[in-house]
Structure formats: C-alpha cells, structure tokens
Ligand binder design. Structure first.
Ligand code: ATP
Length: 299
C-alpha cells in the first residue's frame, strides 16, 4: 500500500452520437462511438482522516468540492463495497473543460475509483470496477477503459472498436452547457418527428478503423449538435472558423459547448488552433491525438 496514488485519465469525443426517442424513464437510448483523446485530468488520492476534495486548474471554481463531486462519489462507493471508511483526500488537476461535453466529471470519477483501489490495496479486477462506473454515470465506464468503443444502452454498455491514429483540435467555449438541458432541447426540437432507433454507422466504424482522416471526416455525426447550437448559436461561428482554417471536419463534442476539429496532421493542428485563437470565437484551444489509453496509475 502506498501513501499517495496518482491516476491520469483522458477526455473523450463522440465521433458518432446517435440519439433515440426519450424513453418512459426519461433517458434516451444511444449509439455512441467514443474516442479517448490525449487531454487529461489527474486525480491524486492520499490517505487522510476524512473525505476531502481539492481542485486546481483554470475551471477549478466550477468544480464542486463536496460529496457531489464524481471523484468523491466514486471513493464513497468503492469504500462501501470494500467495508472501509472513505478516508481519503482527492486532489484533481483539471485540464478537461468543465461542463464541456468531454466527460470531465466522468473522467475524475473513473480516476478516483482506480486511485482509491490502488491506495487501499484492493486490486479489484477491471470487470468488477465497470459496474461501479456505470452506477456513477453513463460515460464513466468509457473513461476507465479509454481507446475507442461503441456505447449502447444509456452509453454505458461498451464494445471496443478498432481505431487508427487521428489528430484533433478542441476549442473550449466560455461557460458550460448542462447535458440534461441539451437533451431537453433535443426532445423539444424532435417533437412530432419520428426518431429512428439509434445505430452505429458501419461507414463510420470502417473509417475509424482505417485511420483515414478524410473518410472519418465524411462520417462524423452528432445528433445533439442542433440542440447545442440552438442553446448556444455562437458555436456556429467557432465551427466555421475551424473549417475555414482547413479542418477536415468540425462538430460539437458530445453535448457541447466544446467543439472538435478533425485535422490531417500535427502541422494542420497547429494552424487550425492558431486560427481559432485569433478568431476570438472561443476561450482557448487544445491539440490532441486519439486513441488515448484509459485511466492509468502514474505513481
Ligand atoms: P458529459 O460529457 O459526460 O456530458 P460534461 O463534460 O459536459 O459531461 P462535466 O465536466 O462532467 O460535464 O460536468 C458536469 C457537472 O458535473 C459540472 O457542472 C459539475 O457541477 C459537476 N461535477 C461533479 N464532479 C465533477 C468533477 N470532478 N469535475 C467536473 N464537474 C463535476
């Protein structure tokens, strides 16, 4: 058992996000193709008298430090399962935009689960951690495993898929968007329309496996994009600024408001990022590659 454990965990982008009609329980069936990208949070778990959370990073003031923090909830859940007290300090070094559609909270939940598991010497197999992840939130299982995967159900039932290497630029918006609010807007826009059963696109999965950025650019799809644009019309300017600068494709990441730009290579990434920064249509940019590994113990 060590005194302190740090886990690095990636953000995600959905290269396909197909949304079905609202179910009677209010959730939507999804066909989600998740891709982990090299933009990371780090969560450090240290033995402590009680459960405490601290956070550093530009968005730190938007992260709850009480027991509603997904990292704290993960620690409580794992401790209860193991019959332990959740006596741990969790420090989050936050790089993933908050309420940005990149599963930052989910990432911290998965990272805390793995960090506490190592800190407490539990050695829980991944297949036993995954149900705890699914209980924490629909995107948490993917944050644990990373790589590329198809998520069905609420997004939490994962099947790994093949993915070649791709280059990305992410434009971070000022202020977040609430995921439930974006789904409500999706429902409002869908009223009176027949919504097809969500299905993964075979063309997109083939493009992802091939590593061909032109093929992937032609197949990217996010059914939440019209809802995110309806709530935040200025995102259209960000999308246009990236494609004008040579991005192969642009889309809203998950429920937004972060926007994602697929580019051909690292040179194109630098050029598109510089143009987005100069356009004043976003707060900041990150360049990243995919697929990235899932949550990993660093120390
Ligand atoms: P997703 O892409 O999974 O829909 P998101 O990336 O849009 O999520 P998050 O960054 O996960 O959004 O944050 C959503 C809300 O969750 C925040 O506004 C915050 O109140 C709460 N939250 C709880 N724990 C965390 C955490 N560790 N980091 C960030 N937000 C957290």
């Amino acid at each position: 058992m060590s005194a302190s454990v740090t886990v690095r965990v990636p953000a995600k982008v959905n290269v396909q996000l197909a949304v079905g009609a609202a179910r009677p329980d209010g959730f939507h069936d999804l066909a989600n193709v998740f891709l982990a990208v090299s933009l990371y949070d780090e969560v450090t778990a240290t033995a402590c008298d009680s459960l405490t959370v601290t956070c550093e990073g530009r968005d730190a003031d938007q992260v709850p430090l009480d027991r509603t923090n997904l990292a704290a909830r993960a620690a409580q859940m794992l401790a209860a399962r193991a019959g332990l007290a959740p006596s741990v300090h969790l420090h989050i070094a936050k790089n993933i935009p908050v309420a940005g559609g990149m599963a930052g909270g989910s990432a911290d939940g998965a990272a805390a689960l793995l960090a506490c598991d190592a800190l407490w010497g539990l050695d829980t197999p991944v297949e036993d951690l995954l149900p705890l992840c699914a209980e924490l939130g629909s995107d948490v299982p993917f944050s644990l495993v990373g790589g590329a995967a198809l998520g069905t159900g609420r997004g939490e039932i994962l099947t790994p898929v093949a993915a070649g290497p791709f280059h990305w630029v992410f434009a971070v918006a000022d202020g977040g968007l609430s995921t439930p609010a974006v789904f409500r807007e999706f429902d409002r826009l869908a009223e009176g329309r027949e919504i097809p059963v969500p299905q993964a696109s075979p063309a997109l999965l083939a493009a992802l496996a091939s590593g061909d950025p032109d093929a992937l650019a032609a197949t990217l799809a996010n059914d939440l994009q019209p809802a995110a644009l309806s709530l935040r019309p200025s995102l259209a300017d960000t999308l246009a600024a990236g494609t004008d600068a040579g991005a192969l494709a642009a889309l809203v990441s998950g429920s937004g408001p972060t926007t994602a730009f697929l580019v051909r290579d690292p040179e194109a990434a630098s050029k598109v990022a510089a143009a987005l920064e100069a356009s004043a249509t976003c707060r900041s940019t990150h360049t990243a590659t995919s697929p990235a590994l899932g949550a990993r113990v660093l120390s």
